[in-house]
Design a protein around this ligand. Sequence first.
Ligand code: 13P
Length: 247
Amino acid sequence: MAGLVIANWKMHGSLGLIEEFSREWQLLPPLSEVSVVLCPPAPYLGAVSNAFEDVALGAQNCADQVEGAFTGEISVQMLSELGCSYVIIGHSERRALYSETDAQVAVKAALVIAQGLHAVVCVGETLEHRDAGQQDKIVIEQLLGSLAQVPCENLVVAYEPVWAIGTGRTATPAQADAMHGVIRSCLCEHFGEVGAGIPIIYGGSVKPENASVLFECDNIDGSLVGGASLNANSFWQIASAASAGRA
Ligand code: 13P
């Protein structure tokens, strides 16, 4: 499968950054064998959609309801109308800071897929769990809980160990590859043969300097990039490494 590289800008950026990013992005060589997705903060979805032609648009979250009196929430249908084709669901920051549960993640993912968009379901263990050797058990539990009643079409799984997010401490390629293998087996057991085709991407301090070695791993199909995705050049280098890893 072609690589998949997704920028998660989190609550960063501005109209000025979008202008600068797109100006620099257009000067960089076009990429092949890789799908590139930009997930800006929701108020900037329209601006990003207007500024780029060769990247897909994604959101960082969505409501767990179809529509109604839910002040401040954004429905999947609204995201779809704005041109989104991906939605990140259950990022560890949403799980930890906004108490999002596996059950809510599963509802959101099912809504996203029912609307014909790609759901990027995030899972990952804390440092405490890894130090206790419980990472496989925790990630499998989280994955199965987050996929209850979720179909496999348009599903993407992102493995993001919490201890590697924004810390500069990337999982070693061997650690990431091993966990992706565990996730792959779990997906195949859960969905059957089609589980083999679900992209599994890695996130956590991915940078131009470590991207190539990660993408050389058999089980890593792409990445979910935070900090390094705020700069066109560094994000392009990561996407380019994913493309080379697929060639
Ligand atoms: P960093 O790349 O900044 O570590 O963030 C990873 C992440 O959380 C992407 O969703």
